[in-house]
Write a new protein. Structure first.
Length: 502
């Protein structure tokens, strides 16, 4: 799914109105109907609502929703905040339509006044400010939003929480309404997908309001979400006339004294991801434990307690390096020698990233198309600090294009950034995956997919999606608290089945 800016969404609305030959208020009514249908599916008929509405089109949405809820038998009252002397035409029309039914259904909130007596069981609908917001909220409206945030009521934001910009992570001091649910029209806003701002939106529900497909398809954006359809399009079903050699050989290199578990997880994940053959290159210290843990994996050793040389990769289809590797100077030298000579794309993770941060000249020597999988702190060590996660993603886009590499910037919505600077936000995964070893599993999955012939960027996209989906399937049976990295591997099979059945 494409992610559009606020300006692009506004243009899409305008194009839809013109192409469909409808009035803007009719499109607003369409959006309101979708919202009310969602509310009807999630709240019983005896639920009471208060709709807080601004003077713009977001307020018009709220007034239309209040009217439709009333007509469907819900108890509801709307309050129009007199934010300015002007009121948008569509907002005014919906205010008049609501008042025509019953004047008591709509009240006016004058400047510098507040609503303080909303009982806790009443659901608040936030339609004060929408995507047209161009500056931080200040004054009375900011104080009003802060007062609403103090209320214990459940809050539903319409399109976007009031005060939250669509395209940039706001300053920490910015005032934004904090909702439990956001009913967003047609698209994700980029701020929904970053932790500093996404926490205000709560659970996101994308409602298709029938915006024009011609405009959507023709309009370029570098930002997208990867969903089940995208993953299914990348996925390659197996041919019945195949053998283990058809699906390539993967080498995973890493491990050190006390960290053999990391490379063991990567090796097992590469197998579960479908690689025909997997070899683990580890220090001799871990030989017996890895062979016992994953007998299907072949094993090579180099060094006693740390890897001292990376070898045996020349005929491999894919290479993943770094999990549990440690940062011993001998391993640093081994990594530098490997990068100097390797010409095929590799997956670089964990301590290999940390070692590269100490030898930044290695970045320019990476094989083109390689996949780096840092978490935010590892990224900062490599490329420098950023003030928020969205700026970090934008910085990652620059670095991916600069070095002709793919970057998987891990997080709640992991950002997969291609060599062309295209950014895909992953929509699978959950907080249970915040556990040691989960990243090592992802390295193995991506390497396993590359071994089978997936292009590096597709291996990253599909690998991240599968990784998150396996975690989602696992928590349904195990809970977020009990999930461990090995469970993600165990549920990879079900994740593949889910993609293959589409």
């Amino acid at each position: 799914m494409k992610i559009f800016t606020a300006a692009q969404i506004k243009a899409c609305d305008a194009y839809t109105i013109q192409a469909s030959g409808i009035r803007s208020s009719e499109l607003m009514e369409r959006a309101a109907v979708k919202c009310v249908n969602w509310i009807k599916d999630h709240f019983p008929k005896d639920t009471l609502f208060v709709a807080l509405c601004g003077a713009g089109n977001n307020g018009g949405d709220g007034l239309a929703i209040a009217r439709l809820l009333h007509q469907r038998g819900y108890g509801v009252k709307a309050f129009l905040l007199r934010i300015s002397k002007d009121i948008s035409p569509d907002c005014k029309e919906n205010l008049q339509r609501l008042q025509a039914i019953d004047k008591d259904l709509a009240g006016i909130v004058e400047p510098d006044t507040f609503i303080t007596d909303i009982p806790a069981h009443i659901v608040i609908i936030d339609a004060i400010l929408g995507t047209g917001l161009s500056r931080p909220v200040q004054g009375w409206v900011a104080a009003f939003i802060n007062q609403v945030n103090q209320l214990p009521n459940r809050k539903i934001a319409i399109d976007i929480p009031s005060g939250l910009p669509a395209d940039v992570v706001p300053d920490k001091e910015a005032v934004m309404l904090k909702a439990q649910d956001t009913l967003s029209f047609q698209f994700y806003k980029r701020t929904f997908l970053h932790p500093e701002s996404g926490v205000y939106a709560g659970n996101i529900h994308i409602l298709d309001i029938g915006l024009d497909k011609t405009f959507i398809n023709a309009t370029h954006t570098q930002f997208k979400t990867i969903d089940a359809e995208d993953a299914a399009a990348i996925y390659k079903p197996r041919s019945p006339f195949s053998h283990k050699g058809t699906y390539g050989s993967a080498l995973v290199a890493g491990g050190s004294y006390g960290k053999i578990g990391a490379i063991t997880l990567s090796a097992k994940a590469a197998l579960r991801a479908g690689a025909g053959l997997v070899t683990a290159l580890i220090p001799a210290y871990g030989y017996h434990s890895l062979q016992a843990a994953v007998p299907e994996v072949m094993c090579r050793v180099n060094g006693e307690r740390v890897i001292e040389k990376i070898e045996g990769w020349e005929h491999m289809s894919a290479i993943g390096i770094g999990p549990g590797m440690g940062t011993d100077p001998k391993s640093a030298q081994a990594l530098a020698g490997f990068i100097d000579t390797c010409k095929s794309p590799v997956v670089v993770d964990a301590d290999a990233l940390n070692l590269m941060a100490r030898q930044p000249e290695l970045l320019g020597k990476l094989p083109k198309g390689s996949v780096l999988t840092p978490h935010p702190k590892e990224f900062a060590r490599l490329f420098g600090e950023n003030t928020n996660s969205m700026i970090q993603v934008d910085h990652a886009r620059i670095q991916a294009m600069r070095y002709n590499i793919n970057i998987v910037l891990k997080g709640h919505h992991t950002a997969i950034i291609t060599t062309e600077g295209e950014c895909w936000y992953n929509m699978t995964g959950n907080a249970g995956m915040a556990t040691g070893g989960a990243g090592d599993v992802l390295t193995g999955i991506i390497a396993g997919l590359m071994a089978q012939g997936y292009e590096p960027h597709n291996a990253a996209l599909l690998g991240v999606y599968l990784h998150g989906l396996a975690g989602d399937l696992a928590v349904k049976e195990l809970s977020q608290e009990a999930l461990i990295a090995g469970d993600i591997i165990d549920y990879l099979g079900k994740a593949f089945l889910a993609i293959g059945s589409r």
